[in-house]
Design a protein around this ligand. Sequence first.
Ligand SMILES: Nc1ncnc2c1ncn2[C@@H]1O[C@H](COP(=O)(O)OP(=O)(O)OP(=O)(O)O)[C@@H](O)[C@H]1O
Ligand SMILES: [Mg+2]
Length: 233
Amino acid sequence: MKIAVINFSGNVGKSTIARHLLLPRIPGADLIAIESLNADEGQGQALRGRQFGELQEYVQTVDNVVVDIGASNVEELMAQMQRYRGSHEDFDAFVVPTVPALKQQQDTIATLIELSRIGVPASRLKLVFNMVETGVKVEQAFDPLLAFLKQQPIAKANLNCKLGENEIYGRIKGKKTDLASLASDPTDYKALIVQAKGVNEKLALAQKLATRRLACGVVPELDACFGALELRS
Ligand SMILES: Nc1ncnc2c1ncn2[C@@H]1O[C@H](COP(=O)(O)OP(=O)(O)OP(=O)(O)O)[C@@H](O)[C@H]1O
Ligand SMILES: [Mg+2]
């Protein structure tokens, strides 16, 4: 299974979804983050082109991969995919995370239009409704985007492909641990808290307990969202 996670918009949860939704559920998959392309801004087009060439070659050599495309590189990647005709076929699916803010929904529409224009069929273009607030319905929060798709069904919009706003993602940002291992951490934090001497030690343990509880809550949600994506190679 080869998946690209993409959106013109920054901060919609591309990296979060690549790391915590997709990577743990695609056995054997590597995560490739294309964030660094703009680190060498001065070197311009040629370098970027070469890196895209390398990415294409790499994707041929593996069976399973999740490619997380940082917002600053999406435009260039689209241009390269246009140039290397048919290269989008290397991916089984393009997962497009989106969030309720209007600007981000508009950027999401632009992303879908562009992917569709380079030839990605609706069956391989899948939305994930991210950061849905508790008690808010997806169809309400994403009305502009869904109304557009009703007119132009260029992507799959399954309302069950949703993730609620959850502070667990902020808590574990930058850490190597995955949510499933956090959720199954067998440590008896309550016993440790009782034994702990100082307040700071107790607090640190209490935070770990809280993180585990959040992880236990979010893993079934991620499983359901992944199932609803119906990814097939
Ligand atoms: N469902 C969620 N609930 C709460 N916070 C979230 C959720 N999804 C993502 N976030 C947070 O939102 C921020 C942006 O997420 P992320 O870095 O995954 O976005 P991105 O699309 O990869 O951004 P960029 O284009 O800059 O790479 C992060 O701080 C992340 O922890
Ligand atoms: Mg990112």
